[in-house]
Design a protein around this ligand. Structure first.
Ligand SMILES: Cc1cc2nc3c(=O)[nH]c(=O)nc-3n(C[C@H](O)[C@H](O)[C@H](O)COP(=O)(O)OP(=O)(O)OC[C@H]3O[C@@H](n4cnc5c(N)ncnc54)[C@H](O)[C@@H]3O)c2cc1C
Ligand code: SF4
Length: 338
């Protein structure tokens, strides 16, 4: 049995102080030994599997009152990081002005999990790679840097075709993150020295040679909110999976379109289930601008979205599947009545 120190924050300041003081006595960069606790649906799951072994847990749920607001002020949306997935998905403003956000949350996990899970915890969930989640496998560079990668020559059906490295091919599993990256969201981060903002696109790190480093968060920092400028009523999230409910994506896409008289003025395309991080397909977006959407344009965009994709023994099918998902979602978004 390993001892765990549990601390309950009373407000933002006490949370960052507890995290900072724990960081002084532990080594957060190497063993993730300090963890904030939100809904716990990832953290406690991975602790039970013995994958995450924090020495200190700082419960941030007492901050829920101040960090769970859903605030649409003019054309700026701000979502508190402790807002629950189900509350955001059910919010009428979100459903009307940002359907891609509501859809991405509604199609994730199960109702019970969505009631419990927070937005901040959702974007920071860990990969579902079997070899990462099962400590009986010794080779996993993400869990045990330098040990190798059992998925490379193992069963890699669920793994990434984009953004992989020779160290790790694990898929980023979440859904909401694709909506955030598509809409150019900003992440508000609260730490001991104050608040800083980064682009959501800079939050997740591709595995490269250090797959154990997954985000740009510094030890002791908390995500306090997400914000989005502008409204995207013509937006949608399409998710394809092995079963219709309670399953992670094999391929998904977040699409947002700004159409005028059928011509695309602006477009956003982000892919899920196929890449190591939330994946923005900017070259595909560029092909859409100024075009009228038809089958030929949709398939050209889908091809561009998967440019450079590399399939492995069991996941090659994701490239063809992903292109069809992009094409279908584009037509779906274009046909929306807003
Ligand atoms: C069976 C199952 C099926 C699932 N299916 C899906 C799915 O289809 N799609 C999908 O998107 N997700 C899915 N999930 C994942 C689920 O959505 C996440 O577990 C959940 O969103 C995590 O939120 P949480 O608040 O419970 O996070 P926690 O478990 O509390 O935290 C997760 C991680 O983030 C850190 N953290 C939490 N909040 C903050 C913060 N504000 N600042 C800094 N660090 C923080 C924690 O320390 C921890 O490392 C599934 C989960 C399960 C168990
Ligand atoms: S793909 Fe990544 S997470 Fe999975 S075994 Fe390889 S190194 Fe570990």
């Amino acid at each position: 049995m390993r001892p765990i120190s549990y601390r309950r924050a009373t407000d933002a300041q006490s949370a960052v102080q507890a995290l900072a003081s724990a960081a002084e006595t532990n080594n957060p960069l190497t063993d993730a030994s300090i963890q904030p606790l939100a809904g716990g649906t990832t953290l406690l799951d991975l602790m039970k599997l013995d994958v995450m072994r924090p020495a200190v847990i700082v419960d941030i749920n007492p901050l829920t009152k101040s960090w769970s607001a859903i605030n649409l002020d003019g054309r700026k949306l701000k979502l508190g990081s402790l807002a629950r997935m189900s509350d955001v998905a059910a919010n009428p403003d979100i459903q009307r002005h940002y359907p891609v956000i509501a859809d991405s949350l509604k199609l994730a996990a199960s109702p019970q999990l969505r009631n419990m899970a927070s937005l901040g915890g959702n974007v920071l969930q860990r990969t579902r790679c079997t070899y990462f989640r099962d400590v009986s496998y010794e080779q996993c560079n993400k869990r045990s840097p330098g040990s190798g990668c059992a998925a490379m020559d193992g069963f890699n059906r669920a793994h990434a075709v984009l953004g992989a490295s020779d160290q790790c091919i694990a898929t980023y599993p979440g859904d909401f993150a694709q909506a955030l990256i598509a809409l150019d969201a900003t992440v508000e981060i609260t730490g001991k020295s104050g608040v800083r903002n980064i682009s959501f696109a800079d939050l997740h790190k591709a595995p490269g040679s250090s797959p154990q480093i997954e985000t740009a968060l510094m030890p002791g920092e908390l995500i306090s909110a997400f914000s989005i400028e502008g409204r995207w009523p013509r937006s949608t999230y399409l998710k394809v999976r092995d079963r219709q409910s309670y399953e992670f994506a094999l391929s998904s896409v977040a699409i947002a379109l700004d159409l005028q008289d059928g011509t695309v003025r602006d477009a956003r395309v982000a892919l899920g289930g196929v890449a190591t991080i939330p994946w923005r397909a900017r070259e595909a977006e560029a092909l859409l601008k100024g075009q009228k959407l038809d089958d030929a344009v949709a398939s050209e965009v889908a091809e561009a979205a998967f440019e450079g994709a590399i399939g492995r023994k069991h996941n090659e099918f994701k490239i063809a599947l992903g292109k069809r998902v992009v094409s279908r979602a584009l037509h779906q978004a274009a046909a929306m009545e807003i």
